[in-house]
Every structure is written in C-alpha cells, then in structure tokens.
Design a protein around this ligand. Structure first.
Ligand code: SF4
Length: 326
C-alpha cells in the first residue's frame, strides 16, 4: 500500500476544508471498500481524513420523514425500530448486503459511495476508463456477465453494487451534503451518475463535499414491500440483479408503487414508468408481468450478460408477488 497521511476530524467543516483543498485527500469512515482499493493500488489517496468522530450517526424522525446520519452503520439502520416500522424496504435491502461483519463497519454514506466491483477495475494490468480515464474498457469485449443492461456507454458498462441505494432511490430519498460552497440537497435519483464520457465519476458530489445525512419521506409503504436479491451464493455476494418493490394496496387494487432495480446500471435504476403502469391495476401476477415488460424497455445486453434480460423481469415479478402477499 502507498504511504498516506492520516488526519482525524472532529468537526464537519474542518474535514471538508482539508479535502476541498487537497485533490489527493479522501474522507474515510468504515473503510470497507476504500481500504481494499488502496491495498490493491486502485486508489492512491495521499491523505485520509477520518470522519468517524463527526456527530453524523443519528437516526431520527424529522420533517414528516426519517433522517439517517451518513455515519449510521448499515447494521444499526437495518435493525432500527423506526426504520423497520416506517421504511421496511430499506431494512430488507440493507440486510441483504455484504456480511454481518461488514454491515457492522460500513456506513450509510460509504455505502452510497462504494465503487463498482467490475473485476477489470480492480486489475491494474487491464485497461479501465473508470480507474484510468482514456485507457479503454476491458469489459466491453471481456467477461461482462456482471455488467449493465441499462444506461451503459462505450466508455464503461459497470454497475453500481449497493443494495441500500436501490431501496433509497425507490423511496424518493434525498441526500444532504455539505461542501465548500455550503449545504445542498440532492434527490437520490440524481446522486449517482450514468457513465457517459466520464465514468471515473460515480456521483454528482463536487470536490470536498461530504454526505451528512439521508432524508426519506414518510409514505404508505410500510407493509407491502420486498427486496429480491439474486446472487451466486446465499450471502456475502453482490447482486447479479436485485429488485426493490413497495406497494400501497387497497381492496386488492394498487394505489401507488415504488420500484427499482440493482445490478443493472451504473446507478440504482428507478422504474417510474413501470410504477405508473401498476397504479389502478389489481395486485395480480398478470399486472406484475405487464409492469416488468414496461420496466425492461430499452434494456441492452452484452456478450455474456443476456441472461439479465430474463432475470431482471423475473426478479421484479417475484419482488412484487412477495410484496403484495406480505
Ligand atoms: Fe472499467 Fe467500467 Fe470498463 Fe469495468 S466496465 S473495465 S469499470 S471502464
């Protein structure tokens, strides 16, 4: 591992000032992804600003919703009584991620900012536009079975690996960030980016900006929810495809729906058109299949990931069936 300077921050503004002034500096919290990347030489920050002592780990009711501090641990959020009562989809998605040990270290902010698990991104001998812009994308003609079917570009076809973020985009969450120019709120759907010509940028955070919290508005999605994760082993594996479903059902008619897919794009993939297709429909498998067809419009596979064109709609239908039966 490269040598680096370590700084411990006790105030958010002090942490922001250091990272904003030094393009080689990074915030570190749980470190469950960053430290791996540093050990492999994929990321080489010259300075780490430890933010673990900042007062950003509360989970509280606020402004008709829940506010979850960016330093709240994934396990704490998944087990929190308010989260389980008000936003059970989030608790399910978090519990599906990583392993118990990692969930006890990883934070909400870090989960949002974790990097892709594209194997070529981690392999310093291979070209990768995300790791080293302009070098090419080894996955385009390589083993791309884990890669995107929505929103890819000819520069990068990687997917975002977070489970938690799939639930948060479905639930209309908002990220709160502080930076050198002050505070701002970023709707979750705009937080992560598609690769376009700049796949090195995963999110729309500006230099020095620190995630401080996530707001989730209260909603009717407290009962009929499910997070369906399809992976190659029962735990501690990233999603091949995942589907988040939340339904508001009255007299077997769907009043509102929130849907998103994971493992299919460079960002958690919200399915607003499919949600609209469900409103007013009976909560039946036929309705779910029609919505899944709508959800898959525009999907495009590469050589080794065509299976996702069937797996994704099937995962979505399964998530909807389980959610409606809950
Ligand atoms: Fe790199 Fe993206 Fe291509 Fe993977 S898909 S090799 S992360 S540019």
């Amino acid at each position: 591992m490269n040598q680096f300077q370590y700084v411990r921050a006790t105030k958010p503004q002090a942490a922001i000032d250091v990272v904003a002034k030094d393009p080689t500096a990074k915030f570190i919290a749980g470190g469950t992804n960053l430290v791996d990347l540093m050990k492999r030489g994929v990321m080489t920050p010259q300075k780490l600003v430890d933010i673990n002592r900042l007062p950003l780990n509360k989970i509280e009711t606020q402004n008709n919703g829940l506010r979850i501090g960016a330093l709240a641990l994934n396990s704490a959020v998944a087990n929190d009584a308010q989260v389980r009562a008000k936003q059970p989809l989030l608790a399910l998605a978090l519990s599906a991620g990583a392993s118990p040990q990692l969930r006890n270290m990883a934070t909400v902010g870090g989960n949002m900012l974790q990097r892709t698990r594209c194997t070529y991104f981690y392999d310093l001998t291979m070209p990768c536009n995300k790791r080293e812009p302009g070098t090419g994308c080894a996955a385009l003609e390589g083993i791309n079975r884990m890669h995107a079917i929505f929103g890819a570009s000819d520069k990068c076809i990687a997917v975002h690996p977070s489970d938690m973020s799939v639930a948060l985009v479905a639930l209309d969450a908002t990220a709160l960030v502080s930076g050198p120019k002050g505070d701002r709120r970023i709707p979750f759907g705009d937080f992560h980016r598609l690769p376009g010509d700049t796949p090195e940028r995963d999110s729309n955070l500006e230099a020095g900006e620190l995630i401080t919290a996530v707001d989730i508005p209260d909603g009717p999605f407290t009962k009929h929810v499910h997070y369906q994760k399809v992976r190659e082993r029962a735990s501690y594996a990233f999603a091949l495809v995942s589907a988040a479903a939340a339904l508001d059902i009255e007299n077997n008619t769907i009043k509102a729906a929130r849907l998103a897919l994971g493992g299919v794009a460079h960002k958690p993939w919200r399915l607003t058109t499919a949600e609209q297709a469900l409103v007013g429909q009976p909560a039946t498998e036929a309705s779910f299949r029609r919505a899944a067809e709508v959800a898959m419009q525009g999907a495009k596979a590469f050589k080794y990931n065509a299976y996702k064109l069937r797996l994704a709609p099937n995962a979505l239908v399964q998530a909807l069936k389980t959610a409606s039966a809950a």
